[in-house]
Design a protein around this ligand. Structure first.
Ligand SMILES: NC(=O)c1ccc[n+]([C@@H]2O[C@H](COP(=O)([O-])OP(=O)(O)OC[C@H]3O[C@@H](n4cnc5c(N)ncnc54)[C@H](O)[C@@H]3O)[C@@H](O)[C@H]2O)c1
Length: 376
């Protein structure tokens, strides 16, 4: 099958997540990397492009020249799909330009600065019949997908409690000044948005929760912690969740949980049993039973759901990880662009982006209003 002509905005030399996108695109085996606006610094972008063997004619200094240059190409050469891997404040304007000009978009989270901007992107994607994939990476893991399908089929009964945590510690040495100030755009509201911890990682926890359970959080009550008065954004927080009357939950998230690496975990409990999954051990899904030992479910086996089975390639005992999870989102986006049939849940989209932004807005509002309940 012909490769999709693919570009990137950001993600050049030294960028954190851009490289993971390129590996994901390779794993998906559906994308040919053509060019883009690869760096805020055009000279560095060109150096990087040479390392990647890209045609310098397809490497642009800014979005406007990208749009002009690509639109002047014959349609069978023009880039078709573009990934946005820039800091948060750029996502909205860059995605808007791409959608207005006919490019499918793969975008990093948080999708925008506000839910109304995300709603605008949804309208643009729909009216132009373009695919919008939001890279909530963790939805690509086979065992997360297995949990989703099993919850849908009623394996643990009716859910009555959900518990998600996302704990990191990397900002701790920065905030206490013991380490040279690293790339901390995440602490700058003009670049990061209205939240650091909840906007950067709490939103992943929220997405994972709604993705796996299929439920919608109705209200939140948040207590956030900025740690120091001079720091304008939250670094840590606890968020109570209310779904329907008989289902509650919690999201605990932190960037100052000293010593933690990327400790994302989800537990859900139903009337018949539960599930527990940890991102740092992604190939083990624990299924909990009342009055009996738990089971450990792993990838590679025929007894798994079709959705989980299409999400790994290697036999049991050959661990796949975050790149393959990312690759699964890219595979889903390629199928959607090619108008192939899609099982539900193949990749998060702009609706998840709107939900994520409502989560961030509601959490910040709840904290500001002395920890009152706020509806999403
Ligand atoms: N899905 C995930 O798990 C995950 C993980 C990490 C980061 N992210 C998200 O990815 C995005 C990027 O984060 P990062 O940590 O890679 O950032 P980064 O600072 O490491 O890289 C940002 C890149 O954007 C480029 N850039 C900046 N301004 C630009 C402009 N005007 N035009 C073109 N390029 C520009 C920079 O040169 C750099 O290449 C953020 O939105 C972040 O939240 C997601």
């Amino acid at each position: 099958m012909k490769q999709l002509r693919w570009g990137m905005i950001g993600g050049g030399k030294g960028a954190f997540i851009g490289g993971a996108h390129r590996i994901a695109a390779k794993i998906a085996n559906s994308y040919e990397f053509i060019g883009g606006v690869l760096d805020v610094d055009f000279e560095r972008a060109k150096e990087f492009a040479l390392e990647e063997n890209l045609d310098l004619q397809r490497v642009y200094p800014d979005m406007d020249s990208f749009i002009r240059g690509e639109k002047s190409m014959p349609s069978n050469q023009r880039m078709e799909v573009v990934s946005i891997v820039t800091p948060n404040f750029l996502h909205f304007t860059q995605a808007k330009k791409l959608l207005q000009n006919g490019f499918h978009v793969i975008c990093e989270k948080p999708v925008t600065f506000t839910s109304s901007e995300a709603t605008e992107l949804k309208e643009l994607a729909e009216s132009n019949q373009l695919v919008f994939c939001l890279t909530h990476t963790y939805t690509g893991y086979p065992m997360v997908r297995e949990m989703k399908r099993r919850i849908e089929s009623g394996a643990v009964g009716t859910l009555q409690r959900v518990d998600v945590q996302y704990l990191q510690g990397w900002i701790n040495p920065i905030i206490h000044g013991g380490e040279a100030k690293l790339a901390t755009w995440r602490l700058d509201p003009a670049v990061s948005g209205i939240s650091s911890c909840m906007g950067d990682i709490g939103v992943h926890a929220f997405n994972l929760l709604e993705y796996t359970t299929g439920l919608k959080v109705k209200k939140v009550l948040a207590v956030l912690n900025n740690l120091k008065p001079e720091n304008p954004l939250d670094l840590d927080g606890n968020v109570l969740l209310q779904f329907d009357e008989n289902l509650t939950g919690i999201i605990r998230s932190s960037q100052i949980a000293t010593g933690e690496e990327n400790n994302l975990q989800i537990s859900v409990y139903g009337t018949k049993g539960g599930f527990h999954w940890e991102q740092e051990h992604p190939n083990e899904l624990k299924m909990l039973h009342e009055g009996a030992p738990f089971e450990v479910i792993k990838p590679g086996y025929d007894f798994l759901s079709d959705f989980a089975k299409e999400s790994f390639v290697l036999p049991p005992g050959h661990p796949e990880g975050i790149y393959e999870a990312f690759g699964n989102l890219y595979k889903g986006a390629a199928k959607a662009i090619r108008k192939m049939s899609l099982a539900p849940g193949q990749f998060p989209g702009i609706d998840d982006g709107i939900r994520g932004m409502r989560f961030i807005e509601s959490v910040v509002e709840s904290h500001r209003e002395n920890n009152t309940w706020v509806s999403l």
